[in-house]
Design a protein around this ligand. Structure first.
Ligand SMILES: [Zn+2]
Length: 275
């Protein structure tokens, strides 16, 4: 599933391609991808909208535009296998095309999604979803102190706390495992047991691994995630623990272990992450 580095890479590549475009119509091929709207329904909401900006919050892409001077927005959540590309409107469809927005320039934004869990929703998820999300990892307001305050009363393992989008936005299974390795923390440690120094190390590790992944356009360890220009990410070549079960730790040569923590597949080095 795309996490912060993948969604942010999509945003960065897509923004210059879509900002300034005006939507002329929507083609809906699978209406559950857009809250049951058919082509006419989605076209009524979005045709005539000129796109002005593309933002990201957590794993949501927020398209901001206006029509007749009034703001009109929509959001996309890629979930597991969603993919956004910009193509010539006359180009052939991908068999997994779910929704397409045609622009007046002759280009079109394609939302392909093999597993169909992704969503394109008119409006923002603001009213209910966005305010409940935790801080962005790169926000200056997020720190070791803040993180410790958030987790110090919690008995759940730190792996589960990192994945909880209400506590921290944008981190998923891959980057939680990679950050815990870099911080030298066992994924099973409980929030209540973490020291301030460990929280500071974890905050630094989360930022370090996300920055490194952004520099590589995210990770494509399966065939699904591609950037809007069709390129795979490259961070999978830099995984220290994720998907390396049984392979030697790059630091200490101990085989990497895969276990379930909070019902999530979790990879770690039992020696480097003993604490
Ligand atoms: Zn190790």
């Amino acid at each position: 599933m795309p996490e912060l580095p993948e969604v942010e890479t999509v945003r960065r590549e897509l923004e210059p391609l879509v900002v300034g475009e005006t939507i002329t119509r929507a083609d809906v091929h699978w209406n559950r991808s857009c809250a049951g709207l058919n082509s006419d329904g989605l076209s009524a909401q979005l045709s005539g909208v000129r796109l002005r900006a593309l933002h990201r919050r957590a794993k949501y892409l927020l398209f901001r535009g206006e029509r007749a001077g009034l703001p009109q927005e929509f959001s996309v959540h890629l979930r597991m296998t969603g993919r956004l590309t910009v193509r010539e409107a006359a180009a052939p469809y991908d068999p997994y095309l779910r929704v397409r927005l045609v622009f007046d320039s002759g280009l079109a934004l394609h939302f392909d999604d093999v597993r169909k869990f992704g969503r394109l929703l008119v409006g923002t998820p603001a009213e209910v979803t966005l305010p409940a999300l935790g801080p962005e990892p790169f926000d200056a307001s997020w720190s070791g102190c803040v993180w410790r305050d958030r987790v110090r009363s919690r008995l759940r393992p730190i792996k589960a706390l990192l994945l909880d989008q209400r506590l921290l936005a944008g981190v998923g299974n891959i980057y939680a495992d990679e950050a815990l390795f870099r911080a030298g923390l066992s994924p099973r440690r409980r929030g209540v047991d973490l020291t301030l120094r460990e929280c500071e190390a974890l905050v630094a590790a989360v930022r370090e691994v996300l920055s490194a992944a952004l520099a590589e356009d995210g990770a494509s360890f399966d065939r699904f995630y591609r950037t809007p220009t069709g390129q795979p990410g490259r961070f999978q070549d830099h995984f220290q623990v994720y998907s390396r079960t049984g392979k030697p730790c790059y630091r200490c040569s101990t085989p990497i272990v895969r276990v379930l923590v909070a019902q999530r597949s979790t990879h770690y080095c039992p020696k480097c992450q003993r604490n």
